[in-house]
Design a binder for this molecule. Structure first.
Ligand code: SAM
Length: 261
């Protein structure tokens, strides 16, 4: 049974990296009128309350989005900040968009959104939150969902693969999964999130991914202090395939900002 709940970590520095780059990529990809297919294999509940007891308990959002907003990392017209502003206006000042709600702010009526989430309570909350957005929410294994749904119509599009890595086998299976996905959907933009761990457990996965020699790769990693003393995660990575034009500028900007934290 899965136990991970993103509410303990919502708005942390890993979310800032992941969500800022996701927002930038979607804003570039929606410049053209042509429709998009958007997928998430691990959607979470979609919307978080940063004043909920779980979020306050870890304090990760205070050290994350709250801290970087105070430092002025994102201008009001940055797509991440614009989405945050919308979500706060709609759901309250301490609400925070998970990746599905963030994407829903940036996608257009002609785009198609499919979200998978396995945890029963997270799924129920996701399904409720996304009601009326046109998103298809599936209580299904995200990896199975994606292989069954690709190549999609419309062909252009992006998938966010954001596992909780509760199953250590995810590290072993992901390089083969991503390569298979790319063979099925060669134009799809793939964004795979991974933690940077003191143990180095993520490294063999990255070596195996590099050996696949996939096109348009951007490997973006940022480092930060552990959320709590002894916490094993000390950074956050995104492995992008078919990286949209312009993404590397935002990635470089974020690298500079994180390095100065
Ligand atoms: N992408 C979300 C965001 O940025 O707001 C956070 C997702 S959280 C890191 C990972 C989620 O994946 C958890 O809610 C967990 O229940 C779910 N999950 C774990 N294994 C899964 C699987 N095989 N298929 C679908 N969902 C899964």
């Amino acid at each position: 049974m899965l136990s991970y709940q993103h509410i303990y970590h919502a708005g942390n520095l890993a979310d800032v990296q992941k969500h800022a780059l996701l927002a930038r990529m979607l804003s570039y990809m929606t410049v053209k009128d042509k429709p998009l297919s958007y997928f998430e294999t691990h959607a979470g509940r979609g919307l978080y309350a940063l004043d909920a007891a779980e979020a306050v308990k870890t304090g990760e959002a205070s050290a994350g989005i709250d801290a970087v907003e105070a430092l002025g990392w994102f201008s009001q017209d940055h797509p991440y900040m614009a989405a945050l502003t919308q979500v706060r206006a709609q759901y309250g000042g301490r609400s925070y968009p998970g990746s599905p709600v963030l994407a829903a702010q940036l996608l257009r009526p002609q785009d198609r959104m499919t979200l998978a989430e396995l945890h029963p309570r997270e799924f129920e909350a996701l399904d409720r939150t996304m009601n009326g957005t046109g998103a298809r929410c599936l209580k299904q294994d995200g990896f199975e969902m994606l292989l069954a749904a690709t190549p999609p119509e419309p062909r252009r599009g992006l998938v966010l693969i954001d596992p909780s890595y509760e199953l250590k086998s995810d590290y072993d299976m992901l390089p083969g999964f991503v390569a298979k996905l790319h063979r099925k959907w060669n134009v799809g933009v793939v964004a795979l999130w991974y933690p940077i761990l003191t143990s180095g457990a993520h490294q063999p996965m990255l070596q195996a991914l590099e050996a696949k020699d996939l096109p348009g790769v951007l490997r973006h990693e940022v480092q930060f202090g552990p959320a709590r003393p002894g916490h094993r995660m000390i950074g956050s990575g995104l492995y992008l395939i078919n990286t949209p034009f312009g993404t590397s500028d935002e990635a470089d900007r974020l690298s500079t900002l994180f390095a100065a934290l």
